[in-house]
Design a protein around this ligand. Structure first.
Ligand SMILES: Cc1cc2nc3c(=O)[nH]c(=O)nc-3n(C[C@H](O)[C@H](O)[C@H](O)COP(=O)(O)O)c2cc1C
Ligand code: SF4
Length: 482
């Protein structure tokens, strides 16, 4: 959708037959497996149930990933647009709603001034949101016994913007040689103290208690995308009890889990993890993204070696081993960060306004995420592993998803951007109906460009609610000026 950009890669919509896709993948050295034929409803893995150790059941193998809309009220309550989005999650057909959207555990920890906040004052709103999901799902599917609903709890750390959409009010754990200057933080920008972290852990526990009271089945202690939970994992240089050793870097998780077990017994816990990360990328002279490394090595990517661009999943494995030992069974695998290497986690042909042209065939990004999740699934067969990053597959999403599930490379396939443009794709897949091509997300990135420029997030190209929203005009003007 960015007018001046001519993508160098073939649009997925042009890969019309299985042979087209197979040949294209081979020509681009992408080793991605897919099933040419979709199985009947009875034989398909999509509708298979997942039984959790806690005794709960998830009714099928499709999940909705957390998707914010930048549309809450100033005090962190949901707006009508928020509710509309959650309704779409509820009627999607997916039986695992992973987190719904990132909800801050304190005002200071918000990623934007319209992010939701969970606290005593807003509590009844979360009861209502939960009930909305239950009502809408029941209306369409008849029962909710096998629907598992989580709330994603977050603190945005380095990427906090609680009061002004243009102004970071970062909370950082260590001075990052690349990210401090990239996001305007001085070399001596103050670090969060251990005492501040201790008190934040109490906020997470209090938020989990409220989430449980509101009805949510689990909370996701977010450890991804460069936000605070994720930053702990690369706080190799930090001194004190939250930095340095693996034990110290995971103390945040352990203490939150301990608090939840004490104060919200019976609440299931999940973790969304950036299982790999790379060095920050920047726009090169041609507009294409490149790793911002120079000749240096890079030591701050959790899940990569010191090249900063090669995977090393020893520590992510140790993290999942720890999670398992803490009784956590639900794991959602994602990668990287939308702030400094967005092509990793949201493969797209058309970059958002603060991004860069794809440095690799986006299918490679999808494949990387599938392979990382598969490697972790193999190491931890008892964990329930949810995969992310499938939207770029577009028309081929069901074919790849079926192959992944059939081969036990993940337990559930997550839907991110696709659910914004085509909320009922999971239901169509479950019922073996052909995809509705006009609704397929084509990775135009407007849902990221809009909030990066202070607007609501939604599928402006394809969803009539956003197409006809006053922000659509504003977005157009912003894009025309790029
Ligand atoms: C507009 C937008 C909002 C998002 N909000 C969240 C969020 O609140 N929490 C989160 O963990 N990930 C969030 N993500 C990331 C998605 O959950 C997902 O990982 C990503 O879009 C890749 O999956 P996909 O290819 O299906 O889109 C967001 C992504 C987009 C595009
Ligand atoms: S959901 Fe819509 S706006 Fe977002 S990437 Fe897909 S097509 Fe673009």
């Amino acid at each position: 959708m960015t007018g001046k950009f001519k993508p160098k890669y073939t649009r997925v919509a042009q890969l019309k037959t299985a042979d087209d896709l197979r040949n294209y993948l081979a020509d681009n050295q992408v080793s991605l497996d897919f099933d040419e034929h979709l199985l009947s409803k009875e034989d398909s893995p999509f509708g298979q149930k997942i039984h959790l150790k806690s005794g709960k059941t998830i009714g099928n193998r499709l999940s909705i990933l957390p998707m914010e809309g930048w549309d809450g009220t100033a005090d962190g309550k949901p707006s009508d647009l928020t509710k509309l989005r959650w309704e779409k999650f509820a009627v999607s057909g997916a039986k695992l709603l992973w987190g719904c959207e990132a909800v801050a555990v304190s005002h200071e920890g918000r990623a934007n001034p319209r992010q939701l906040v969970i606290n005593e004052a807003n509590f009844s709103e979360y009861q209502d949101l939960y009930q909305l999901l239950i009502d809408k799902h029941t209306e369409k599917f008849g029962n909710t016994d096998d629907l598992l609903i989580g709330l994603q709890l977050t603190h945005s750390g380095r990427f906090c913007k609680p009061n002004d959409n243009t102004k970071f009010e970062s909370k950082i754990l260590y001075r990052h040689p690349k990210l401090n200057p990239k996001f305007g933080l001085s070399e001596d920008y103050p670090l969060m103290t251990d005492e501040e972290i201790d008190s934040l852990i109490e906020n997470f526990v209090a938020a989990a208690v409220l989430a449980q009271k509101a009805g949510f089945h689990f909370v996701d202690i977010k450890h991804c995308h460069g936000y605070l939970g994720h930053e702990f994992l690369s706080a190799y240089d930090r001194e004190g009890k939250y930095g340095g050793s693996f034990e110290n870097r995971t103390r945040f998780l352990r203490n939150i889990v301990e608090g939840i077990r004490t104060h919200a017994p019976g609440l299931e816990i999940g973790v969304r993890l950036s299982a790999i990360d790379f060095a920050p990328f920047k726009k090169g002279e041609s507009g294409v993204g490149e790793a911002d490394l120079g000749a240096n090595t890079y030591q701050y990517a959790f899940g990569a070696n010191e090249t900063g661009i090669e995977i090393d999943i020893d520590e992510p494995r140790a993290f999942l081993e720890l999670a398992q030992s803490l009784g956590i069974q639900l794991i959602c695998i994602t990668v990287g960060s939308p702030y400094y290497n967005p092509h990793l986690m949201r493969p797209a042909l058309f970059p958002p306004s603060d991004g860069y042209q794809p440095p690799e065939e986006p299918m490679l990004g999808v494949t990387r995420m599938i392979d990382v999740a598969a490697a972790l699934k193999k190491s931890f067969p008892e964990l329930v592993i949810v995969g992310s990053g499938y939207s770029y597959l577009q028309d081929w999403l069901p074919h790849v998803a079926q192959n992944v599930l059939r081969n036990n490379k993940a337990d559930s396939v997550g839907f991110g951007r696709m659910v914004l443009s085509y909320p009922t794709m999971p239901d169509d897949m479950l019922n073996n109906r052909p995809s509705q091509r006009k609704l397929i997300c084509r990775t135009f990135s407007d849902c990221t460009t809009a909030p990066r420029n202070g607007l609501y997030s939604g599928c402006f190209p394809l969803d009539p609610v956003y197409k006809n929203h006053p922000h659509a005009e504003l977005l157009k003007a912003i894009k025309d000026g790029l």
